[in-house]
Design a protein around this ligand. Sequence first.
Ligand SMILES: [Zn+2]
Length: 153
Amino acid sequence: MNKLRKQYAKQKFRTCPFCDWQAQKPELILAETKNYYLTLNEYPYIEHHLLIAPKAHIEDLSREKPGKEKDQLTKIASQLMKKLGIKDYVVLDRNGLRSGMSLAHIHRHLIPVEGPHDMFYRFADISKMWDKVKAVKKYKELIKSTPHKNRLH
Ligand SMILES: [Zn+2]
C-alpha cells in the first residue's frame, strides 16, 4: 500500500467526503455537470487516478437517476487520460462495502494500468512524485485545450 493510501486508511470521517467535496475542495474539481463532478483522487492508487461522483449522497447504483452526465464526465476524463499519454486504464464502479468501496457514497474510478499484470492495486509509492496542486493545474489545462464544453450545465 502506498503512503497516501495508508494516510487515507487512518482517517476518520465525521461527514461524507464526497458530499463535502464541493465545499471543502472546490479547487480539485476538474469538470462538473449539474449533478456530478470529476476530480482527482487525493489518495490515489496510482498517479492520475480520477474519480467521478454524484453531488447528492447516493449509496447504491440502483438509486442513481438515469442520465448522460456521468458518461459526459467519463468522456472528459478519458480525453484527459489520452492527453496524459495513458492508453490503458480501468473504469470502475463498485456497489456495496464488500465490493471494496471505502466510502458508501458511490463513485466511479478511472485508474491507469501500467502493465498487463499490474492491475490497479499496485499501490506504488507515488508520494514523492505526487503534487496535487500541480496535477490539478495540468489536468485543467489539458481539459481546457480539448474542444468541448467543460461545464455541461
Ligand atoms: Zn455522500
